[in-house]
Design a protein around this ligand. Structure first.
Ligand SMILES: Nc1ncnc2c1ncn2[C@@H]1O[C@H](COP(=O)(O)OP(=O)(O)OP(=O)(O)O)[C@@H](O)[C@H]1O
Length: 290
């Protein structure tokens, strides 16, 4: 079976000439059908750039990004993306926001099919009571639920998530992690999660790959998460594999952070100057000259 996503020697830069910034350098990555991959990395390392190459919102500067063997030329509903900022249409209700996405993918559905489908996904994210509310009437967590429902209702084969839960409180975050996992597991779709939370990555993914700090970021080593599913957060904390993989990833990130700190090992060389004593000749003549 063809991999769902393949990066072949991909580099991405912004700008030209002197203003050119190389963000990603020579990325090679294969994501298998049905896999849940997490990418962890430092802020500004290029995670959003990486995921946008998969959505088709960006094109590589060099190399190829393939979806099931074909170059990605633009966004498509089979690759659904959940962003951190929920980007809902403010003048539409929850129902209408989800409906808009459904219409795009299933334009020939009857009113009844459409209605059942929208309500199913609104219910799935626990928002049936708010189905007729507008985004301004919802909390941040509720808005993010709508955006998740909206993407899931389009039934994407590949679910791309760019730090989707970063702004949420711990409880809402935990609930949505479970909902996403349940939906991913039901039809065994493929998923890519961008996160800066190692524990979230271990809880959700089959494999974690760190993105090294930029500029010209490359991928670090992969860490396989061999924990049975469904995973239980409390049990997981006592699992020797969890503890080992967590320590390995954190050590790797710490070491990257240390290496990325500018002039970490450089000794500071001070200019060779002689202090001038007030009252000395040179001090007085200096002030006279001024
Ligand atoms: N359109 C653009 N034009 C120029 N530079 C850009 C553009 N988009 C991103 N960059 C730069 O590319 C680098 C990587 O950005 P990117 O958003 O991919 O990182 P990130 O890892 O997702 O960051 P964060 O975790 O803070 O969201 C940054 O230095 C950013 O300033």
């Amino acid at each position: 079976m063809l991999p769902i996503i393949e990066f072949k020697n991909v580099s991405k830069w912004y700008g030209h000439g002197n203003t050119r910034t190389e963000v990603l350098s020579n990325i090679n990555l294969t994501i298998e059908e049905g896999e849940f991959l997490a990418i962890v990395g430092f802020t500004g390392s290029g995670k959003t750039t990486l995921v946008n190459l998969m959505t088709g919102l960006l094109q590589p500067s060099e190399g190829e990004v393939l979806y099931r063997g074909q170059p990605i030329t633009g966004p498509a509903p089979e690759r659904g993306i959940i962003f951190q900022n929920y980007s809902l249409l403010p003048w539409y209700t929850v129902y209408q926001n989800v409906g808009l996405a459904v219409d795009e993918v299933y334009p020939y559905w009857t009113k009844e099919q459409r209605n059942l489908h929208i309500r199913k996904f609104v219910q799935m994210v626990g928002l049936s009571h708010a189905v007729d509310k507008h985004p301004a009437e919802l909390s941040g967590g509720m808005r993010q639920r709508v955006s998740i429902a909206r993407v899931l209702a389009t039934d994407p084969d590949l679910l791309l998530m760019d730090e989707p839960l970063g702004a949420l409180d711990a409880l809402t975050r935990g609930n949505l992690q479970d909902e996403i996992l349940q939906i991913w597991g039901t039809n065994r779709r493929s998923a890519v999660l961008i996160t800066n939370d190692v524990d979230e990555g271990i809880y959700m993914a089959d494999r974690i790959i760190p993105l090294d700090p930029g500029p010209a970021a490359g991928l670090g080593p992969e860490f396989r998460i061999e924990l049975e599913r469904p995973r239980d957060k409390t049990d997981m904390n006592h699992d020797p594999h969890f503890k080992r993989v967590r320590t390995d990833i954190l050590n790797y990130l710490v070491q990257l952070g240390e290496a990325g700190r500018p002039d970490r090992d450089a000794s500071l060389t001070l200019p060779d100057i002689q202090p001038i004593k007030p009252g000395s000749r040179s001090f007085v003549s200096k002030w006279r000259r001024a």
